[in-house]
Write a protein that binds this ligand. Structure first.
Ligand code: ADP
Ligand code: MG
Length: 226
């Protein structure tokens, strides 16, 4: 079953057409990788798909709900770790308080942060903050989790801990859409990959198909990581 289907989505900023007719489907349980050069429209695609930007045209169909994890964590700085996680389930979803706190503590444990529930974001490393932000997104029990370059604000030694968390979620069949410039990660964890270039999906398929492609732009792009 497709959890998300986008048909013919377009988006311009002023005169610049940043997304030119994007169509894609995200299937339940799959890890959908999005790669491509800087400025190719990856973030705009995620922002339009999740309602943070309004596309100019096209259709977006969801079967379920979604959560978002950003590059810069976007935690509430004046809330403790625990409060960051329980806030939306309590205020937005109006769920049972006892259950929400119990689940939040379980999520923190899963993220290796059981001892940090009373800490504030500024007291945590970037990797820990990103794990809190993943816990916060999971607390809403989304059907799809979107990540926009979740490791690009982190020092290289902290990147691995976030990639590990995402890998573990993939093993639990969490449906995820991940914009990443970690090519090995994209290759090893994704079931389906799209290569964005100049506002279009220039190439898509399995990791083998995309990384093994003869597409000149793709080869040029991969050359930058060699
Ligand atoms: P990527 O995430 O692949 O690096 P983006 O989606 O961020 O690419 O940006 C694609 C293009 O759209 C870039 O040229 C960028 O400058 C432009 N752009 C993105 N957001 C805005 C905005 N809010 N206003 C104007 N231009 C934007
Ligand atoms: Mg981006």
């Amino acid at each position: 079953m497709s959890l998300l289907e986008i048909n013919h989505m377009k988006k311009s900023f002023g005169e610049v057409e940043v997304l030119k007719d994007i169509s894609m489907k995200v299937e339940e349980g799959e890890v959908f990788g999005i790669i491509g050069p800087s400025g190719s429209g990856k973030s705009t695609l995620l922002r339009c798909a999740t309602g943070l930007e309004t596309p100019d045209s096209g259709e977006i169909h969801y079967n379920g709900t979604f959560g978002l994890v950003f590059q810069n964590f976007n935690l509430f700085p004046h809330f403790s770790v625990l409060k960051n996680i329980v806030d939306a389930p309590l205020r937005v979803q109006k769920r049972n308080k006892e259950e929400v706190y119990k689940e939040a503590r379980e999520l923190l444990k899963k993220m290796g942060l059981a001892d940090k529930e009373n800490a504030y974001p500024f007291q945590l490393s970037g990797g820990q903050q990103q794990r809190v932000s993943i816990a916060r997104a999971l607390a809403m029990k989304p059907d799809i989790l979107f990540f926009d370059e979740p490791t690009s604000a982190l020092d290289p030694e902290l990147t691995g801990e976030i990639l590990k968390v995402i890998k573990d979620l993939a093993a639990e069949h969490m449906t995820m859409v991940i914009v990443t410039h970690e090519m090995n990660f994209a290759k090893n964890v994704s079931n389906h990959i799209i290569f964005m270039d100049g506002g279009v999906i220039a190439l898509q398929g399995t990791p083998e198909e995309v990384f093994g492609s003869d597409n000149e732009r793709m080869k040029e792009f991969l050359g930058k990581f060699a």
